[in-house]
Design a protein around this ligand. Sequence first.
Ligand SMILES: C[S@@+](CC[C@H](N)C(=O)[O-])C[C@H]1O[C@@H](n2cnc3c(N)ncnc32)[C@H](O)[C@@H]1O
Length: 176
Amino acid sequence: MLCVSAQAWWILPPPSAGEPRKLAPYVTSPISVVDKMLEAAGLRSGDTLYDLGCGDGRIVLAAAKGFGAKAVGIEISDALAKRARQQAENMGLQDQVKIITGDMMAVDVSPASVVSLYLMTEANDTLRPKLERELKPGSRVVSLEFKVRGWKPSRVAKVELHNHPYTIYVYDMPQR
Ligand SMILES: C[S@@+](CC[C@H](N)C(=O)[O-])C[C@H]1O[C@@H](n2cnc3c(N)ncnc32)[C@H](O)[C@@H]1O
């Protein structure tokens, strides 16, 4: 009998030479958890949220529709980015939402006042120096399930859904 561990979906194939590195597989965050993430990050209408690895765009769409924020999603999968862009159009949010097809490591995130992550701990390790370099003091990083090692969260929130306790970490970028 084939036995697949609950963790198996986080195992990624090695990158091919010259290709951007896929930092996490596609797994969606539940919509009710997305709302809690955005609330925990204190998202407001004047904010600009960047979701790094936006998948089908659910976080950017919720940020724009539910909180009135501007939102940018960056997604390595062309098919997922197209789906997110189409959904933004269907919802009439095309002026508030921008979807970039590409590698999150290659996109300048300095315009963000809030960055959302649902990646993996090792991916957060890879991103950390970039976030420290590019984000303005006072901007927030909200990460679902996976800590940013070496940073102290300003807030930790727990959400229980279908007997799974989701953990949300919020970090405030300090003065340089
Ligand atoms: C766990 S999913 C999260 C999707 C979405 N943020 C959500 O919460 O529903 C991670 C996403 O990151 C994307 N991704 C992985 N590596 C990436 C990279 N280097 N640049 C941009 N996107 C990437 C994957 O294709 C996947 O859609």
